[in-house]
Design a protein around this ligand. Structure first.
Ligand SMILES: [Zn+2]
Length: 172
């Protein structure tokens, strides 16, 4: 998806970090003409024209009011890998995403849940060796906080169309 516009929550922070709440330019324009958002910044030289109107494409939009959904960290394969920093929780080596699996600490066949507290990153070899044996990971899995997940490298700054985004995304 093209990331043309950053969407902030009413508190001035991104609605979500992972994935980053971004909109394509068409959605950004549609949203900007409603009363639900405030235009914080427009792209300096990106103007869209229709026969009757001329509009600058917004670069940063903020919701008028605060919606408390931003702190929710979705349980997903990618986010589990991010929490564990692409490190197998059994051998503690770092792998590429394609060589990693999600491992159920208490196996599914023994009613182990698919949740933050029971799923860890494991390399294919360790996952195979572990199988349904009772081996604990080196670090007990926990539900990560947002801060835990946004440690620098996970958000690719090089794709930002506007450097101003950094201010909102990496503010302390
Ligand atoms: Zn391993």
């Amino acid at each position: 998806m093209s990331q043309d516009c950053l969407l902030l929550n009413g508190n001035g922070r991104p609605v979500s970090y992972l994935p980053l709440s971004v909109l394509n330019w068409k959605t950004a324009i549609k949203l900007s003409i409603t009363r639900d958002v405030i235009v914080i910044k427009e792209h300096a030289d990106w103007v869209v024209r229709s026969p009757s109107v001329e509009m600058k494409v917004p670069s940063i939009l903020m919701l008028q009011s605060y919606h408390p959904f931003h702190s929710y960290v979705k349980f997903s394969r990618t986010n589990v890998f991010l929490r564990d920093l692409y490190t197998c929780q059994y051998c503690f080596d770092i792998f590429e995403k394609k060589d990693l699996t999600m491992d159920h600490v208490v196996p599914k066949c023994r009613n182990g849940g698919s949740n933050w507290e029971n799923v860890v990153t494991a390399c294919k070899r360790c996952n195979l060796q572990k199988s349904d044996k009772d081996i604990r990971p080196k670090v007990e899995p926990i539900k990560p906080t947002l801060r835990h997940l946004i440690r620098g490298h996970q958000i690719d700054k090089s794709n930002f169309p506007d450097r101003e985004w950094n201010k909102y995304i990496f503010q302390s």
